[in-house]
Design a protein around this ligand. Structure first.
Ligand code: SAM
Length: 286
């Protein structure tokens, strides 16, 4: 079955009485070049277990199944289960799990599905939960080696922005702490059915085996990062002092120690500087 063909998709969906739910981010890929390309980048080898989030009608799933040892696809919308049963019928190495990826016990799921395999995530993510899903996958310190995901173009730029560069935000700093991100390729809005209002891009995060910076306290580091980027127009000294209820002079002294100008904004600070700042402020905060 050609799952990139509009007519085939329409017939399949109408046979199952399926109508799109915008609030679930249901824009299905119809460009026949995108899924093979994503699967080629996302499946690290024949011994790879792939977690897919939101398989939709299975257009990417079939490409993953053809390359990976096993695919576990988590789909929230129960109405898609009979559709997937039909489209994935030729594949013995796919397990569809109905559920909300944000609520699932992922450590248990990965252990159950992929024992002994290299694990990767490959998905065209539902756009309304892009950052929460990526942060859950990174923060839970799961045994995942790569995340290859399609996200909105602006989100892709933000997620891949290196600390110390203009586009960097709190989420970019968090991504850089856990992974090495890379923009793979753009995908135009016309590649989807229905067509969304914005373009997309595929990014890949190689999950780090060890953190790139030494922290006294990881939770406190993320509090500093959130405070620093929380008020983007403010100088980092003001934003951190307000966000963490610390005297401004304490934050200014710490900034001086890491060789940052007193008026520096968070986006100008490198990951090493953000880490050093949080390490210096840690004793003052408790
Ligand atoms: N992979 C398909 C494709 O590329 O055509 C569909 C991608 S579509 C952008 C996002 C999919 O995620 C939809 O099938 C939607 O039902 C599903 N979804 C939405 N929220 C979800 C959640 N919280 N957990 C799991 N799947 C979800």
């Amino acid at each position: 079955m050609d799952l990139s063909n509009r007519q085939t998709i329409r017939e399949l969906l109408s046979r199952h009485g399926f109508t799109f739910r915008k609030q679930l981010g249901q824009n299905f890929l119809i460009d026949p070049t995108v899924c093979p390309r994503m699967a080629e980048s996302g499946v690290t080898g024949p011994d790879c277990g792939v977690l897919e989030i939101g398989p939709g009608i299975g257009v990417l799933t079939v490409q993953l199944a053809a390359r990976a040892q096993k695919v576990c696809a988590v789909e929230l919308d129960r109405r898609l289960l009979p559709v997937l049963a039909e489209t994935l019928q030729p594949f013995q190495n796919v397990h569809v799990v109905q559920g909300d990826v944000l609520k699932l016990d992922l450590p248990a799921l990965l252990q159950q599905e992929f024992a002994g395999m290299h694990i990767a995530v490959c998905a065209n993510l539902p756009y309304y939960i892009t950052s929460p899903v990526i942060m859950k996958l990174l923060e839970e310190k799961l045994p995942i080696e790569f995340l290859t995901v399609m996200v909105q173009k602006e989100a892709a730029e933000r997620l891949c922005a290196a600390p110390g560069t203009r586009a960097c935000g709190a989420v970019s700093a968090a991504v850089w702490y856990y992974a090495e991100p890379k923009l793979l390729f753009p995908v135009g809005r016309g590649s989807f059915l229905p067509s969304p209002k914005v373009d997309s891009a595929v990014i890949q995060l190689r999950v780090r085996k060890a953190p790139p910076v030494q922290l006294r306290d990881e939770t406190f580091f993320f509090r500093v990062v959130r405070a620093a980027f929380g008020q983007r127009r403010k100088a980092a000294a003001n934003a951190v002092s307000a966000g963490l209820s610390l005297p401004k002079a304490t934050v200014q002294a710490a900034l001086k120690q890491i060789d940052a100008p007193a008026s520096v904004r968070a986006e100008r600070l490198t990951l090493e500087q953000l880490a050093a700042l949080s390490n210096l402020l840690y004793p003052a905060a408790f």
